[in-house]
Write a protein that binds this ligand. Structure first.
Ligand code: MLT
Length: 271
């Protein structure tokens, strides 16, 4: 697997680490939680021959600068990404491809920066907010991560992110993702847990989305289930829905060829 060169870009006092590869229609890949741009390595490889791929580490993650807030709102991530595009000189509207937390940010990017948006790709994400129980569990986990560090949290997440087969085979990709999570700072994990706990209900917005949209979900995703994602696709006019076999919540990593095929087809159809 290629380890893509990372550029450091200063955006309003925060240093973004970002992979920029290829030329053409810009496609912005926004990773899930608590991960970094490397979850998109297979997609960068497949797309950079035809498109301009932009794959940042969100503030606080990977090689980007630290987060200094106690609650990281999805709105603020969306605004920083818009600023990043400005600093990179990318004026053409982008295809925004977000996984899970990246999808929560996509709703906000659509709402706040629609002029910058060409199309949406929503992978393994939710439009519904947390239930009160899930939100409370996030607050509890945030406090525990700050006290104990990220190891327990990484173990808990691993068992939820991958399909049972990947876990049973303990494939190298599972270890790589575990490592990324263990290296994420407790402050970032806590701030994002609190921010996700108070994210808005985006379901009411779905009927207003008129951008071309692709919805992708791992067939065995237990966090954002195929049934829930099919409902999202049905609520967005003209959205395409693709189920990825043999994959859980991290479909782009678990079955990259099927995900790449769906994304490439969608992007080529945009013309
Ligand atoms: C993610 O993959 O980004 C997380 O599962 C999002 C979440 O915890 O809701």
């Amino acid at each position: 697997m290629t380890c893509w060169p990372v550029k450091k870009v200063d955006v309003q006092g925060c240093q973004f680490a970002v992979v920029l590869e290829g030329q053409g229609l810009p496609v912005l890949f926004v990773h899930g939680f608590p991960l970094d741009h490397s979850m998109w390595d297979h997609q960068i490889e497949a797309l950079c021959k035809e498109f301009l791929v932009i794959a940042p580490d969100l503030p606080g993650f990977g090689a980007s600068g630290p987060l200094s807030v106690e609650v990281q709102r999805m709105e603020d991530f969306a605004d920083s990404l818009s600023e990043l595009l400005t600093v990179l000189g990318i004026r053409e509207p982008v295809v925004f491809c977000g996984l899970s937390m990246g999808g929560y940010i996509a709703w906000q990017f659509w709402r706040r920066h629609a002029d910058r948006l060409r199309a949406l790709i929503l992978c393994d994400t939710r439009a519904a907010p947390d239930s009160p129980e899930v939100a409370q569990q996030r607050i509890t986990n945030a406090a525990r991560v700050l006290k104990e560090g990220p190891e327990f949290f990484a173990e808990m997440m691993i068992s939820r992110l991958f399909s049972p087969r990947q876990l049973a085979e303990s494939s190298p990709v599972v270890d790589r993702i575990r490592q990324v999570m263990r290296e994420t700072s407790p402050q970032t994990i806590a701030a994002c847990l609190r921010g996700m706990a108070q994210r808005v209900d985006a379901r009411a917005w779905l009927g207003e989305i008129s951008h071309p949209t692709l919805v992708v979900v791992g067939e065995e995703d237990a966090l954002s289930t195929p049934a829930e994602m099919e409902e999202i696709a049905a609520a967005i006019s003209g959205a395409k829905f693709v189920k990825i076999p043999g994959a859980g919540h991290l479909a782009p990593l678990e079955n990259p060829s099927a995900v790449n095929q769906a994304i490439l087809q969608f992007l080529r159809d945009l013309g």
